[in-house]
Design a protein around this ligand. Sequence first.
Ligand code: ADA
Length: 559
Amino acid sequence: MRNFRQHELRQVQVLDGIWDFAYLGDVNIDLVAVDRIQYDDRMAVPGCFDATPKYAGKRGLTAYHRTLQVRQAGRQRLVFDSVHLWCRVYVNGINIGEHRTGFSRFALDFELENPGEVELVVLVDNRLDKSRSPLHLDYFDWYHYGGISRSIALHSLDDVWIEDVRIITQDHATRTVEVTVVFGGAQREDVPLTISVDGKVMSEARVRSSDGTRHTFTYQLTNAALWSPESPSLHWLRVEMGEDDWIDRFGIRTVRTGEQRVWINGKATRLLGFNRHEIHPQFGYALPDGILITDAQLLKQMGCNFVRGSHYPQDERFLDLCDELGLLVWNEAIGWQHTAEHLNDPDFIDEQKRNIQEMVAVGKNHPCVILWGILNESRSDDPACRAGYEILLGELRRLDPSRLLTYATCHPFEDLNYDLVDVISINRYPGWYEGEIDGIPAVLDRLAADVDERGWKEKPLIISEIGAGAVPGWHDMNRTRWSEEYQAALYDTVIEHLFVEMNRVSGLALWVFADFRSSESAGRILVRPRGYNNKGVVDEYRRPKQAFEVVRRWFSRLT
Ligand code: ADA
């Protein structure tokens, strides 16, 4: 689902709504008789079933069911924007495929002989089983919700169709863009193809099509407005191929690094913003439009121009909003504190690669996305992890050479992989996990000096996490940890030191935008009052804490 209609000719049915539902519990999936499931409940799609009061905290297998009318026989494509944590899909009782990881879009195809009623069953499992869901691990510092967490649509395809469209800005000065159209389906000669930009026909051709064929066109869009955080101008691309069409939006913008800075369209741009989890107590990961808009509005209100999607690919509807409002995005594949055990496990690496491919497939035409990230706070200081970093960053570079690569390290002084990235990103919690607020400037100075001394003087440096917990509504004259006063004072010191007293750092993603439920794993609850990570500047319902105003004052002055 996008914030606009992506197809006008292709038949697309959005399947969101209220579905039949059954909670089956801790059962063996392979023993479930799919045709005999008793649907005794109803559930929202998109939605996370364990964010509803009745199923809160439950882990088990569930079944979602509905019927639909399909008007066109032939190839059908079910597009799932995300299912957590694992799913298997049945169409008219036949298993058409499985998917392992949440937060990313995937498609399952099937053939329909005759138009008519189709029965759909999606088995969804939120149990933490490493063999089935190797990227959702129990020790992560966020709660693993389950469900059909983003939209589903059914696309009815003809015998030839548009499989994908990619738009890359080659040069912002001359407004040169490259458009690649990929075809799917049967082999055909002489297929009509029309491409237009902002309503003006740019190419009209008859082309040869077969599954996987690509055709690339280069256009110079003289006088077209550029996209930037200050002026986020967007353009419309429309591709028509016989009965099929594909509409997308793009921005003309380039991103590169140089002289310790990130350059957007040749302008050095300081990145100021937050880490953002896509979680809400009442919706889990399935944020309604109103919450997405609230998040984007609050970030803009604080003067942010930057958001890090921690620690997984963000909903495309949020990327659409960032395109529209001019928020630069670091989009990140799912990951949290992985070790050599994970990074040397072929199954883990394969699934990471798939998550990266799915993330790039969704994010690649969004001008807001400037950075790709991986493996938050993993053992980048361990030589045994180096190969894993090489494989995954290599995959990202192969898929998208037009954007910058990074990962957030929490081992800055021993890190071994800075050579593989364009931007060095460091997570550190001075004044919270180490020392007091007055020790923060010295820690930040030492971090920056070390990067330079080790030979990375040219690379931009982002402080990708820094922050303090504040239990919402907890005020304290002594300004102790967990009070709103302490958090506000910490942010004040951090921002002033980074951008008034220092000049080395090119970006900041404060930890974190909103409070969010953490995992139940042993021990963590003792440092997570309420079971929440309380480091948000707004609480889990997006109500501002004292630090909100401190950040707003600084960021509005600095941007
Ligand atoms: C780490 C981690 C975050 C969060 C944070 C915290 O830096 O990257 O996801 O867990 O610590 O709040 O302690």
